[in-house]
Design a protein around this ligand. Structure first.
Ligand code: NDP
Ligand code: RET
Length: 334
């Protein structure tokens, strides 16, 4: 009896996955994969993408390159970043874009480890010396469900990388973004923010660690950061918006342990149910370059449409308190 029910469950999953797969390759989403905007849309603009060597960041970089942007990949591992950059240059060349080695400097790799405030400061100092403008900053990099570890500065890893590292990075680049206005900041959050709380008494989870809760907290922090930053940027012509990409088939799940025998089923399910990185990147690309959102700031988007936030993500006093404590944690001098 047990064998029969397991077989039935597997068949049902397989059938469901195949049905979804059929729907996926016939549905309208697939057309959008070809990339919307016109190739000149981002010509002359410089875009910085954190975590651009993998997943959503890589897909975002590929599309913005195709639209003519100059893309700076802010990545922590030089080898992985250069490998991804080489592939992106090839793809661009095959799509009729820049020369085979990107000789016009359209794609550059710069080392940035968001788990190290020292690395963030060094990255920003170098970028401010070398770059005359910054039109779009995309805070994309992230870590998900890692074992309890701390950053170089003693922060819980998910809170440190997903929020605090980007908090310092953004603050250090605000001057260049303002002098490049109209300019944009795009923050990649997640639907899972709904399960987070900002526990000011234990932001580094030293009393107890729950990897799901800490991830959700870091994603809620992304949204609160966006709304407080939008308030502080009023009148500067620098906008900041936040998004969730849906569920996307990327390397984010690297810390999820799936038994070897179950992996093929999980891979099938993720292939059928999850978005491709290019599909998942559509809202980042939209917020980075669409004229539809010129002047829009402080809003939350999904699938290129504005979405409602839960009250806890709209709490201005929590957002302000998080900002103030983040300034202290990253050592931003008043
Ligand atoms: N995939 C999904 O279903 C969802 C993803 N998101 C969000 O999307 C964003 C992108 O993740 P995704 O593309 O899915 O996952 P990936 O793991 O494919 O990409 C994450 C990127 O972040 C980089 N990164 C991780 N830690 C650091 C660090 N300390 N310093 C600098 N870069 C770092 C990774 O670099 P490296 O390759 O060296 O590890 C990688 O380039 C994340 O913010 C995530 O929270 C939100 C909702 C759903
Ligand atoms: C792709 C893939 C996986 C990863 C799933 C992930 C990473 C889901 C992340 C969801 C998030 C982060 C939602 C909202 O933030 C598995 C199951 C490990 C193995 C099969 C292939």
């Amino acid at each position: 009896m047990a064998v029969a029910s397991v077989a039935a469950a597997l068949l049902a999953a397989l059938g469901g996955a195949l049905w979804l797969a059929a729907r996926r390759f016939s549905g309208p989403r697939n057309q959008r994969q070809q990339g919307g905007g016109d190739p000149g849309l981002m010509h002359g603009k410089t875009v910085l993408i954190t975590g651009a060597n993998s997943g959503l960041g890589r897909a975002t970089a590929a599309e913005l390159l195709r639209l003519g942007a100059r893309v700076i990949m802010g990545c922590r591992d030089r080898a992985r970043a250069e490998e991804a950059a080489g592939q992106l240059r090839q793809e661009l060349c095959q799509a009729g874009g820049a020369g085979p080695d990107g000789t016009d400097g359209q794609l550059v790799v710069k080392e940035l480890d968001l788990a190290s405030l020292r690395s963030v400061r060094a990255f920003c100092q170098k970028l401010l010396q070398e770059e005359p403008r910054l039109d779009v900053l995309i805070n994309n990099a992230g870590v998900f469900h890692c074992p309890y570890t701390k950053t170089e500065d003693g922060f819980e890893m998910q809170f440190g990388v997903n929020h605090l590292g980007h908090f310092l990075l953004t603050n250090l680049l605000l001057g260049l973004l303002k002098s490049s206005a109209p300019s944009r900041i795009v923050v990649v959050s997640s639907k899972l923010y709904k399960y987070g709380e900002i526990n000011f008494e234990d932001l580094n989870s030293e009393q107890s660690y729950n990897k799901s809760f800490c991830y959700s907290r870091s994603k809620l922090a992304n949204i609160l950061f966006t709304r407080e930053l939008a308030r502080r940027l009023e009148g500067t012509n620098v906008t900041v918006n936040v998004l969730h990409p849906g569920i996307v088939r990327t390397n984010l799940g690297r810390h999820i342990h799936i038994p070897l025998l179950a992996r093929p089923l999980f891979n099938l399910v993720s292939w059928a149910f999850f978005k491709t990185p290019l599909e998942g990147a559509q809202t980042s690309i939209y917020l980075a370059c669409s004229p539809d959102v010129e002047g829009v700031s402080g809003r939350y988007f999904g699938d290129c449409k504005e979405e409602e936030l839960l009250p806890k993500a709209m709490d201005e006093s929590v957002a302000r308190k998080l900002w103030d404590i983040s300034e202290v944690m990253v050592g931003i001098l008043k």
